[in-house]
Design a protein around this ligand. Structure first.
Ligand code: F0G
Length: 352
C-alpha cells in the first residue's frame, strides 16, 4: 500500500469512525506477512506457512491496532484520561497513543511480571505506572471498577473499539493472500485478539473479499490455560508473561469463535514455546516475544493434522526486543567472552 497512513485511514469504511473522529495514529498496521519455510519444513506435506509479524507495529505489538481506535474514540468522546491493566504490551500502546492524543494514561501491572522492554516503554511514553502485588486478573478487576467510578476510560479489550481496530489484521492477511488461510494459529490470553481476527474474517467474507473462513487455532501456555481446562486458574504461571492470564476477559467470545470456526484450543508448555521461539529466530530470522511463539509451538504440536497443501498463518503478536532477559537466558547459543583483543585469539575463537 502506497503512502500508508495507519489502519483507520486504510480501512476507514469498515470501522466505526466519522469525519468528526480525531484520528490518533502512529501509522500502525500494514505489517508484513512473511513466508516461514523452516517451520513449513518441520511439517512437510507441501504446507505453506506464513507469519503475520505484528511485532513491527510502532510500539512493537498488535495492541497498536486496537489502541489507535480506542484512543481516537476516547478523544472524540472528550476523555482526558485512560486506564488499563496489562501484562505489558497494552500498557505500552495505551501510553503511546494516549500521550499522542494529549491524554493521561494510567496503567496497572503485575509487579515483577512485566518484560523489561515493555516497562521501559510505558515509563518513557509518560504513563502513570502502578505495579500491584497481584496478577493481571486482579489488576483487570480493579481497572474495570475504576472506570465505572472515576473519569477514566477503560482501554482493555473489553472496550469494543479495541477489537474493531484489531480485526484489520485479518483484512491484511486476506488482502495479501487473496483469500483467507486454512488455519489461523494465534496465542490466546484474554482472547481479545482471536475474537477480533474472527470478526475481521467474517466481515470480509460477508463482503465477498474471501471465499472461505479459517479454522481458528488458539494456543495458551500450559500453566495459564483456563480455556483448555475449562475453569479459572487462580495462580497462572508461564515464561510467556504476556499471556500469564487465568481468567480471560473475552471467555465467552472465545468459545463462540472456536465453535463457529470449527477451531481448536490447545495448551503448549514453556519448553515448546521456547523451542518455537528459538526456531523462529535462528531458522527464519524472526525475533518475536515468547508469548507470540506460542502460535508456532501450537502449530508444531498439532502438525500431523494440518491438511496437505494447506495455507497456515501464525500470528506473531509482539517483538522479541520486548523481552531481552528471556532471549539472553534461553538462547542456546554459545557466547564467547573474555577474548584477548588480537587477531590470533579471535581467529582461534572462531575455530580457524
Ligand atoms: N501476545 C502478546 C505479545 C500479548 O501481549 C498478548 C496480550 C497476547 C498475545 C494475547 O492476546 O489477550 O487478546 O488473547 N497481552 C495483554 C497485555 C494481556 O496486557 O498486553 P489476547
Amino acid at each position: 500500500v502506497q503512502n500508508w497512513r495507519g489502519l483507520i485511514e486504510g480501512y476507514r469504511r469498515y470501522l466505526p469512525v466519522t469525519d468528526k473522529t480525531p484520528v490518533i495514529t502512529l501509522h500502525e498496521g500494514n505489517t508484513p506477512l512473511i513466508p516461514a519455510p523452516a517451520i513449513a519444513a518441520q511439517i512437510g506435506r507441501q504446507v505453506k506457512v506464513f507469519v503475520k509479524y505484528d511485532g513491527l507495529n510502532p510500539t512493537g505489538s498488535f495492541k497498536d491496532r486496537g489502541m489507535t481506535m480506542a484512543i481516537s474514540k476516547a478523544k472524540e468522546a472528550g476523555a482526558e484520561a485512560v486506564i488499563c491493566a496489562s501484562t505489558g504490551n497494552t500498557s505500552a500502546a495505551a501510553a503511546a497513543y494516549a500521550r499522542r492524543g494529549g491524554m493521561r494514561a494510567f496503567v496497572l501491572i503485575p509487579d515483577g511480571y512485566v518484560a523489561l522492554g515493555k516497562l521501559a516503554q510505558a515509563l518513557l511514553y509518560g504513563a502513570e505506572v502502578l505495579a500491584i502485588h497481584g496478577n493481571f486478573d486482579r489488576a483487570l478487576e480493579i481497572v474495570r471498577e475504576m472506570s465505572q467510578n472515576y473519569p477514566v476510560t477503560l482501554v482493555n479489550s473489553l472496550n469494543p473499539y479495541r477489537l474493531e481496530g484489531q480485526k484489520t489484521a485479518a483484512f491484511e492477511v486476506v488482502d495479501v493472500l487473496g483469500d483467507a488461510p486454512d488455519w489461523l494459529c494465534i496465542p490466546v490470553g484474554n482472547a481479545g485478539n482471536i475474537s477480533a481476527y474472527w470478526m475481521g474474517f467474517c466481515q470480509y467474507h460477508q463482503e465477498g473479499r474471501c471465499t472461505r473462513l479459517p479454522k481458528m487455532m488458539g494456543f495458551q501456555a500450559a500453566g495459564s490455560a483456563p480455556l483448555i481446562s475449562g475453569h479459572i486458574i487462580s495462580h497462572p504461571e508461564t515464561i510467556a508473561t504476556a499471556i500469564r492470564i487465568g481468567n480471560p476477559a473475552n471467555w465467552q467470545k472465545a468459545l463462540a469463535v472456536q465453535e463457529s470456526s470449527q477451531g481448536e484450543f490447545n495448551a503448549v508448555t514453556d519448553e515448546e514455546i521456547l523451542d518455537a521461539y528459538r526456531l523462529l529466530a535462528s531458522g527464519e530470522g524472526i525475533f518475536c516475544e515468547p508469548a507470540s511463539a506460542a502460535s508456532v509451538a501450537g502449530l508444531l504440536k498439532v502438525k500431523d493434522r494440518v491438511p496437505t497443501g494447506a495455507t497456515v498463518v501464525c500470528v506473531l503478536t509482539g517483538n522479541g526486543l520486548k523481552d531481552p532477559d528471556t532471549a539472553i537466558k534461553h538462547s542456546q547459543n554459545q557466547f564467547k567472552q573474555g577474548i584477548s583483543p588480537d587477531l590470533e585469539a579471535v581467529a582461534k575463537a572462531m575455530g580457524f
